[in-house]
Design a protein around this ligand. Structure first.
Ligand code: FES
Length: 344
């Protein structure tokens, strides 16, 4: 049996299933409530039950909720289950400023070789800590000597047990050299995040164009998987530009999305295909192919992530083709660059 939940302060409503935490149901509906541990131990998800009744899984108050707080109607929504329809008061996360960046340790759970020069890192935060973020944001590894190295989060926020990063090898880059040559599973690292204003805007009805260059695919992947998860009802067309076929390191994934989701289209673009690639798709610069397909960009919302050259050229040309700059969001690696290592 399901129950209705109304958030009094924002007038948003959603349904929660039997034995489903209220927080999980809100996230499933695309409403982002604050959280951290999702285990009842940190108190970040606390809010107030104004009407209706809740219960906790084993009938006992979670550790981060005091008796006094419970007595005045406070609840931990990562644990609370609805026993009736509810009216609640809770802060909603509406923008990047609503999430305070945190410093956390993490363990490298797995390293996947995605391409000759791309590794995927899967990171696990300590048992009682989860990183809350908006799809598309990034984190900084905290390195010796105060150095930092930034990577976009490639997993969507709802799938946060492990954090996913795509790391491209930068010739002579100290940190990426370490990732490729030395980093082992179970290694311990520290990071700070989330950061960045590059995240999916859900309060619009415009069709979406996404343009990724190389590992710029990573934040777009998180956004797209989030959009599918919350049932975002807007067409999304992803263009992924790379040099040769081997650089489209997860090509089968967007191909599968396109087969499974009616509103999703995928166009890979190669700038210098190898003879062995037998490439029959688009050849050229990715933003030029976008303009061939969409000569009039008025009415679109555009998300771009990639090297600064790609972003600058696209920005200039897209505006000439009618794109409202207010509807253009981009991540051109213009954050916290390690001065000793060129950006990917
Ligand atoms: Fe930590 Fe609910 S998220 S107590």
């Amino acid at each position: 049996m399901s129950h209705r939940v109304r958030i009094e302060n924002t007038h948003h409503e959603f349904t929660v299933e039997d034995d489903e935490p209220v927080l999980a149901a809100a996230l499933r509906h695309g409403l982002i409530l604050p959280y951290s541990c999702r285990g009842g131990t940190c108190g970040t998800c606390m809010g107030k039950v104004v009407e209706g009744e809740i219960a906790y899984p084993d009938g006992s108050r979670p550790p981060a909720l005091s008796e006094a707080e419970e007595a005045v109607g406070q609840a931990l929504f990562c644990q609370a289950r609805a026993v009736s329809d509810l009216a609640i008061e809770v802060r909603e996360v509406r923008s990047a400023e609503d999430i305070q960046p945190r410093k956390l340790p993490c363990r490298v759970e797995r390293v996947d070789e995605l391409a000759h020069d791309v590794r995927r890192l899967w990171l696990r935060t300590p048992g009682n800590e989860r990183l809350q973020f908006l799809p598309g944001q990034y984190l900084d590894f905290l390195l010796r000597g105060g150095r930092r190295r930034s990577f976009s989060l490639a997993n969507p926020p709802h799938d946060d047990e492990l954090l996913e990063l795509h790391v491209r090898h930068v010739p002579d880059g100290r940190f990426t050299g370490y990732v490729f040559d030395e980093l082992k599973e179970r290694a311990l690292l520290r990071f700070e995040g989330p950061f960045g204003s590059f995240f999916l805007r859900e309060d619009s009805t415009r069709p979406i164009l996404m343009i990724g260059g190389g590992t710029g695919f990573a934040p777009l992947k998180g956004m797209i998987e989030h959009a599918f998860h919350v049932g975002l009802n807007r067409p999304i067309h992803l263009y992924w530009g790379a040099r040769a076929r081997r650089d489209l390191y997860l090509d089968e994934l967007p191909r599968r999305w396109a087969a499974e989701h009616e509103g999703f289209r995928y166009t890979p673009v190669l700038s210098e295909p190898e003879p062995d690639d037998e490439w029959e798709g688009h050849i050229g610069l990715v933003h030029n192919i976008v303009l061939q397909d969409h000569p009039n960009l008025a009415g679109f919302e555009v998300y771009m992530s990639g090297p600064p050259g790609m972003i600058a050229a696209a920005q200039r040309d897209f505006e000439k083709h009618g794109l409202d700059p207010a509807n253009l969001y981009y991540d051109s690696f213009d954050y916290a660059v390690d001065p000793e290592e060129p950006e990917s």
